[in-house]
Design a protein around this ligand. Structure first.
Ligand code: PLP
Length: 479
């Protein structure tokens, strides 16, 4: 089966004839043979062409993309040092799964996981802080979506094993996953693709995170019960850029597990915040320092500051992942290897780039960058509060995704987003999740390259756009 692509263009092929037809070679006259042939776009062309010509055609078509530096919609990193690019190029032909062929790359992968696991206090030993634990495991993967999936699959399988006798007597029992309403799409993919019952706590109308009170109520109403195989909490949610009440919820779950003997694990989705808080607020406890947190995912390609294509999953203890989920592979040369991952082959350069960032920046470098990003986000948030169209939703002293509610009375948030796009700024407009769907927000993700100066340029364009849209609305020109 071919890979399912997310673009609706692929799922519903509605190309017009004009777009389907072949491309005349723009640079045809400059080819050595002087021929002016047409190149089919959606079928493999009959003949070959010079690399320079192929490059030029594609390069020019890609110039229709928006500029990644102005992509304020996404958390994904868009810039790295030249040296990192150089290393990426040097590793571009290495498959990370080939441990025997590329043992040094495999070592860098291990070091990277060790660094991340320790950053998340996976080596924390509450019984004796002088003797750190070394039972944690983890792996790099394609992104946080794969990492979340690996975390939840392990918990689901563990629940099945732990409850096998009861499940034999109650064949109708279905595993359920408890999470707050502000979850990212990858959680939905998990509960649909892996057939589990989602138990989603709807957001409060004016609070867009999962609170300790919500969890207490869910326990009292048996929404969290013996079939709950995991509780998912988010550090920096997609919609409002806020953090669930992780520490307080951990205490409640600890008590519940002690009283019932259920052993429900907490998985932390730290895709957005996992590389920020360890540097900006190291004393905040949301990671493996909390007793019930069994797994954490992060996106290296967000604030880990590497190019797209890497996430990480870390488990507190090797026992969290049931043995039968590891697949042994013995046909790659070298000694047999155990693997837990959804993919097999994948690129290795992201791991190399992540390791590069760790040694290049160190703790001090990451802290500098993250403090700077938070300062910039805070500045932007404060400035946005001066516009009477907006109400600030996000907590920007913690997370750099600046989310503002838009007053829809004169013109829509989408209209403002479209106007900003005319100047190259890509800002998404969307409703908050259920229970708060009437609230329309704009989200601006501050990344390393979005400097104080760039923010001021953005604010100028925003101000001009608002003046124009207000003028149009007042003169009745709005369509
Ligand atoms: C909170 C959260 N979880 C999971 C994901 C999915 O991460 P990825 O795009 O790395 O697969 C995202 C992506 O933005 C996210 O914000």
């Amino acid at each position: 089966m071919s890979r399912v692509v997310s673009s609706s263009e692929y799922l519903t092929p509605t190309y017009s004839n004009r777009l389907m037809s072949a491309t005349p070679t723009t640079f045809g006259d400059r080819r050595r043979d002087g021929k002016r042939t047409r190149i089919s776009k959606n079928e493999i062309p009959e003949n070959q062409m010079a690399p320079k010509v192929a490059y030029r055609i594609i390069h020019d078509e890609l110039s229709l993309d928006y500029n990644p530096s102005l992509n304020l919609a996404s958390f994904v990193n868009t810039w790295m040092d030249e040296e990192a690019r150089k290393l990426a190029n040097e590793s571009i032909n290495k498959n990370i799964i080939d441990h025997a062929e590329y043992p040094m790359t495999a070592r860098l992968h291990k070091r990277t996981i060790n660094i991340i696991a320790k950053m998340l206090h996976a080596d924390y030993n509450p019984d004796n802080p002088d003797y750190p634990k070394d039972a944690f495991i983890g792996t790099g993967c394609v992104g946080s979506s794969e990492a979340v999936t690996l975390g939840l699959l392990a918990h689901k399988r563990k629940w099945q094993i732990r409850n096998s006798e009861r499940l034999a007597l109650e064949p109708g029992s279905r595993p359920n996953l408890f999470l707050g309403g502000a979850y990212q799409a990858c959680w939905k993919k998990f509960y649909i693709y892996f057939d589990v019952e989602p138990r989603i706590w709807r957001l409060d109308e004016n609070r867009y995170v999962l609170t300790a009170e919500n969890v207490k109520e869910a326990i009292e109403n048996k929404i969290i019960n013996e079939n709950t195989f995991a509780i998912g909490l988010v550090l920096g949610n997609t919609f409002s850029g806020q953090m669930d009440e992780i520490k307080e919820i951990n205490s409640i779950v600890e008590k519940l597990n002690a009283e019932t003997g259920w052993d429900i694990p907490i998985h932390i989705d730290a895709a957005g915040g996992g590389f920020i808080l360890p540097f900006t607020r190291p004393y905040l406890e949301w990671d493996f320092r909390l007793s019930q947190v069994q797994s954490i995912n992060l996106s290296n390609h967000k604030y880990g500051l590497v190019y797209p294509g890497m996430g990480t999953i870390v488990f507190r203890d090797i026992d969290v992942v049931p043995e039968d989920l590891f697949c042994e592979v013995d046909y790659l040369g070298g000694s047999p290897m155990k693997d837990y991952g959804l993919n097999f082959s994948r690129g290795s350069y992201q791991v190399v780039c992540q390791y590069y960032n760790f040694i290049r920046l160190g703790r001090a470098g990451y802290k500098n960058i993250m403090d700077n990003i938070i300062d910039n986000a805070f500045y932007l948030a404060q400035e946005l509060c001066h516009f009477d169209n907006f109400r600030l939703v996000s907590d920007n002293d913690l997370f750099p995704s600046v989310v503002v509610e838009h007053d829809e009375r004169e013109f829509s948030a989408e209209k403002l987003a479209a106007r900003l796009r005319q100047n190259g700024w890509f800002v998404p407009a969307y409703p908050l999740p259920e229970n708060a769907r009437m609230i329309k927000v704009l989200r601006i993700v501050v990344k390393e390259n979005f400097s104080h100066d760039m923010i001021n340029l953005f604010l100028n364009d925003l101000e001009d756009s608002l003046i124009e849209l207000k003028r149009e609305a007042q003169s009745g020109n709005e369509d």
